[in-house]
Design a protein around this ligand. Structure first.
Ligand code: ADP
Ligand code: MG
Length: 340
């Protein structure tokens, strides 16, 4: 694979569930690309389809009610429809996933070292001793103090933050080219969250992995991500380079998430702000722009689903005219109250 070939190309991905009330579309036609060594931050309120997108990439949607369509090409190989065996060869080897709850990835009855060592030996033919040494090395790399002792400890002997570090060490044991992390810090307290997210940012430099990071922490996205995807109602409503999205967010939903209208340069909200109103029901999405009913700038043109458009890789699914957008920004800069 050439150095500049994209690692992951997702095209028109949909994930639907057949239910009693008809088809619920959790992911409604999502397209994006992850380049090698790139960190893509994914943000959006709960229920916007972030996890289902990641699970589809991992081939982990196994509900008999689920229907997955579109295309997910990883290093040129189509993953949708791939058989179990071929998927297993990719999962946990070239692509590793970190979940919200570290305990879901750890077995309580085995030492940390055995669990990491087992992963190492699943991919490489090495002695148990070499695998243990590698486990110590990995624990050290993820910032665990005293790795030589922790390696022989059990998960319950570690704090939540240390457990998540151990899980990350396990994920890294196979040198994945893509690490997928779904709100890896939600279960942890705030200071530990920041450390773990910073660690994930560092991994790209030290392990050369690309990362897809779903997080509620916008501050971290601002810090570590190269690209940002903003999801709403199962779709990407804004995407672009981090600098561009944070400096000049284009979608009113993103303004809401960032906690202010058309934020000025330098402002960096730490967490997702609460947006008035509730996310849409996926079994009954509003016509046109799904954010419409909650949007202060909703107008007739919004009743047709807006395409994701924009220049320089920064795109938004919003038909608010550029002049209006600029006007809002000037008002905000002047400290004027927003008028519709
Ligand atoms: P997020 O991670 O952004 O919070 P998810 O991707 O977990 O959102 O879920 C998106 C939506 O998918 C949920 O709101 C839910 O309606 C739907 N969904 C997820 N799993 C199932 C399932 N097994 N059956 C039916 N609907 C589901
Ligand atoms: Mg989720």
């Amino acid at each position: 694979m050439s150095a500049d070939a994209p690692l992951l190309v997702v095209e028109d991905l949909t994930v639907s569930f057949r239910g009693d009330e008809g088809l619920v579309q959790a992911v409604g036609g999502v397209s994006f690309t992850v380049k090698q060594r790139e960190i893509v931050g994914v943000v959006g309120e709960s229920g916007s389809g972030k996890s289902q997108t990641l699970l589809a990439i991992m081939g982990l949607i196994d509900s008999p009610r689920a229907v997955v369509s579109g295309s997910i090409r990883f290093m040129g190989q189509e993953l949708i429809g791939l058989n179990r065996q071929a998927l297993d060869a990719i999962r946990g080897r070239q692509i590793a996933m970190i979940f919200q709850d570290p305990m879901s990835a750890l077995t309580p009855v085995h030492t940390i070292g055995n669990q990491i060592g087992e992963q190492v030996r699943a991919h490489e033919k090495v002695s148990a001793r070499a695998a243990r040494a590698r486990a110590v090395q990995l624990l050290d790399a993820v910032g665990i103090a005293n790795p030589g002792r922790v390696v022989d400890g059990y998960p319950h002997q570690l704090s939540g933050g240390m457990r998540q570090r151990a899980v990350i060490a396990m994920a890294l044991s196979c040198n994945p080219v893509l690490l997928v992390a779904d709100e890896p810090t939600t279960a942890l307290d705030v200071t530990v969250q920041a450390q773990i997210l910073e660690l994930i940012g560092r991994l790209r430099d030290e392990f050369g992995s690309a990362v897809i990071l779903v997080t509620h922490d916008l501050g971290v996205v601002a810090e570590v991500a190269d690209q940002v995807l903003v999801m709403y109602g199962g779709r990407i409503v804004e995407e672009g380079g981090k600098g561009s999205v944070f400096r000049t967010p284009l979608h009113p939903y993103t303004w809401g998430l960032f906690g202010s209208i058309a934020p000025m340069e330098g402002e960096r909200p730490a967490r997702l702000a609460a947006i008035p109103g509730a996310p849409p029901s996926l079994s009954n999405l509003p016509t046109g722009c799904a954010f419409g009913p909650r949007c202060a700038y909703h107008h007739d043109d919004c009743l047709v689903r807006p395409p994701l458009v924009g220049a320089g890789g920064h795109r938004a699914a919003c038909v608010l005219p550029e002049t209006k957008r600029r006007h809002l920004k000037i008002q905000k800069a002047a400290g004027l109250e927003m008028q519709q």
